[in-house]
Design a protein around this ligand. Structure first.
Ligand SMILES: [Zn+2]
Length: 694
């Protein structure tokens, strides 16, 4: 129990009419999903914000009233509000309708006003500084000392040390930044929605039947034709499969034009966004925006992230050139010496033809070996052998009949976590796959408090024939990936809630999830669960070999694309100045060397790059993190490869150094504890078939 509870603070609300029966205020470990309705959201939000504000005032008053339990109270006083927000956001994502959307919309301004006040609370900052000067603070254990330091840093990075006039300027910068980036995002979305093209079926030769069906117009003036848009489920298959070269060109040019043109021109907004970010960094005492953002991440600075990109780029170049020569040769052999040079709208199309010629791997061939039930049993068995956890299904209230609930126990029998799974698409559910935490537990005076998490996905649902869900290998990887995040929560033993589980540096958080994906490529592990759902036959060696080969097809091109985004992102957020001229031209020139064929003279990718520019921060100066995480996971997996992929003792080391530690120490230190040294990119290059080519 926390000191705040001991003081009896939260129970003051239980006697109020209207809140007694509000299931969103229930304090039980399990969430009463069966009883929660949209109309409970607003009253519960009001109560919990009132409760948190009252505690915030008491914390700010601590220099006068005393620091008893100060840090632990600071750590936990928003816990109930955090859980409420997660539950409401979650329900709006998985059983959404207009009532849930309205409830969430009503909640958001209240909680964001509260968190803005909290982030700039002068009284709390003074209390933190006063606490840091006490005798008690000098004798804190390392985890709590880190929590205190991070709290002080957050205030400073939010401008708390600035004089009033500069604080006002910072506030204005933040407001303008969210306005301009939101306009950037809308321009991109509007540009995508504004495009449609109706074509007869003849022009879609080569495109898979499922795409033809999905685009066919049933009635009206275009009846019988196909409506093409720039949304990924249409755009990508057309660029990959359509034999009609002029159609591919038309779509490519339309996509390239998104974010440009009168009325929705992102090129006009880019200089402003970069200038605002640079001014903000300078105001807070940093050389550039990347240095400001990366200070508390693993990379540490813009220069280090840039050096990382440059190193990998150099080491990938030879394989990149080889791949491009091979594609060119394949194209010439197929299309003839007189065919036009490969253009940007040809690369994906011909690469797919080349892939089929080389490997002939069809995802559908693998599905019968990956039935969801056996994939999950295999995954849990892997986790048991390596990490010593036991997972078993259990009963709990859920939000939908398809949801399953599990409990996880450690080797010594401790109940460490429970979690929900919700795997299939529904109209009321958002796309993609994700993991989240309803409750972050950990060791406490009253014993271990279990964590409560969830995994969601949009996997291929069970067919009508026999009702089994047969997954593609990609989907199997996704299940393992999300479970990696879940383990990061479930195995956390950090006593400070805000430093526990997945609350780690942005460029470190994907290590456990990426790491788990490795086991889906490993023969020994696949033998545990990859069996034909009807015959029970193990995955044939020949099929496994083709799966491995196809994995690294054009790996250098895939990697160079990532380096290109990372390099442009970091250049814009470290070195670019208005003296460098037009941003579109600048970005186009930088990215040319990363592309298989030269970009269009009017290439405008940077005008439609929401990751970097459609929110105040987003992936700005952080695009490199995708690759960074891959370097970490490939490197970490080498210990399993060397000492045994199902080796319990390596698993224990990984739990002790990483999975149990959350953000209780700097990420670089945790990684070094596990590997005995700093990360080495060689393992990733080797895994992708790119090593030793320099
Ligand atoms: Zn992830």
């Amino acid at each position: 129990m926390t000191p705040a509870r001991d003081a009896g603070a939260p129970s003051q609300f239980t006697g109020q009419p209207g809140t007694v029966s509000n299931p969103l205020l229930a304090e039980s470990f399990l969430i009463p999903f069966g009883e929660i309705r949209p109309e409970h959201v607003l009253p519960a939000t009001t109560v919990l914000i009132e409760e948190a504000r009252a505690e915030l005032d008491r914390l700010a008053f601590a220099p006068e009233s005393g620091f008893a339990g100060f840090l632990d109270r600071l750590d936990t006083f928003t816990a109930r509000l955090d859980t409420l927000q997660t539950v409401v956001g979650h329900l709006d994502g998985v059983v959404s309708d207009e009532h849930w959307r309205a409830a969430k919309q009503a909640m958001l301004p209240l909680v964001s006003a509260f968190s803005t006040d909290l982030g700039m609370h002068a009284g709390l900052y003074s209390a933190l500084k006063a606490y840091a000067a006490t005798e008690e603070a000098s004798t804190l254990d390392p985890v709590r000392a880190r929590f205190l330091q991070i709290g002080l840093d957050e205030f400073r990075r939010g401008g708390a040390e600035l004089p009033a006039s500069e604080q006002a300027r910072l506030k204005a910068l933040n407001i303008e930044l969210s306005e301009v980036t939101s306009r950037y995002g809308s321009n991109s979305m509007d540009g995508v929605s504004a495009f449609e093209l109706y074509v007869p079926a003849e022009r879609l030769a080569g495109v898979p039947e499922r795409v033809l069906q999905a685009t066919r117009v049933a009635e009206g003036e275009h009846a019988g034709q196909h409506r093409l848009t720039l949304h990924a489920p249409t755009y990508l298959p057309v660029m990959t499969y359509a034999d009609d070269r002029t159609l591919r060109e038309e779509l490519y040019r339309a996509y390239n034009a998104v974010g440009t043109g009168a009325g929705r021109d992102n090129a006009e907004l880019l200089p402003r966004i970069l200038a605002l970010r640079q001014e903000k960094a300078a105001l807070l005492g940093y050389a550039n925006y990347a240095d400001y953002l990366l200070e508390d991440r693993m990379a540490g600075s813009g220069d280090r992230a840039m050096a990382f990109e440059a190193d990998l780029t150099e080491r990938t170049l030879p394989a990149f050139e080889r791949e491009n020569a091979e594609l060119e040769a394949f194209y010439r052999a197929q299309a003839g010496e007189n065919a036009p040079a490969l253009a940007v709208w040809d690369v994906t199309y011909w690469a797919e033809k080349q892939r089929l010629a080389l490997y002939a791997l069809d995802d559908e061939e693998l599905r019968p070996y990956f039935e969801l039930g056996s994939v999950l049993s295999g995954l849990f068995e892997v986790a048991r052998r390596i990490f010593g956890v036991t997972v078993r299904q259990a009963q709990a209230p859920v939000w939908h009949s398809e949801v399953k609930f599990y409990e996880m126990h450690a080797e010594d029998g401790t109940h460490i976590a429970s979690f929900y799974t919700d795997w299939f698409p529904r109209d009321s559910k958002r796309g993609g796959a994700w993991m989240n935490a309803f409750r972050v537990g950990g060791p406490s005076a009253g014993g271990f408090r279990p964590h409560l998490g969830l995994m969601c996905g949009n996997m291929t649902p069970p067919g009508i024939d026999g009702g089994r869900a047969l997954l593609s290998h990609d989907e199997v990887e996704t299940v393992f990936h999300e479970f990696g995040h879940l383990l990061h929560l479930s195995l956390s033993r950090v006593p400070v809630r805000q430093l526990a589980g997945t609350s780690v540096a942005w460029d470190f958080v994907e290590l456990p999830s990426h790491l788990m994906e490795n086991w889906t490529w490993n023969r020994e592990t696949l033998a545990l669960f990859a069996r034909h759902h009807q015959t029970g036959e193990a995955l044939p060696d020949e099929l496994y070999a083709r799966m491995l080969h196809a994995r690294n097809f054009r790996a250098a091109n895939v990697a160079m694309r990532q380096y290109s985004f990372g390099t442009v992102d970091l250049s814009l957020h470290t070195r670019y100045t208005p003296a460098d001229g037009d941003i579109l031209t600048y970005a186009r020139a930088l990215s040319a060397r990363f592309q298989a064929v030269p970009p269009l003279p009017d290439d405008a990718r940077i005008a439609n790059f929401g990751h970097l520019f459609s929110s105040p921060v987003g992936y700005a100066a952080g695009y490199y993190s995708y690759k960074w995480a891959e370097v970490l996971d490939a490197d970490a997996f080498t210990r399993f490869e060397r000492e045994g992929v199902l080796n319990r003792s390596v698993g224990r080391d990984f739990v002790d150094a990483v999975l149990s530690r959350g953000n209780s120490a700097p990420a670089a230190q945790l990684f070094e504890e596990f590997m005995g040294r700093a990360p080495d990119p060689e393992a990733l290059l080797r895994r992708s078939g790119l090593a030793g080519s320099a």
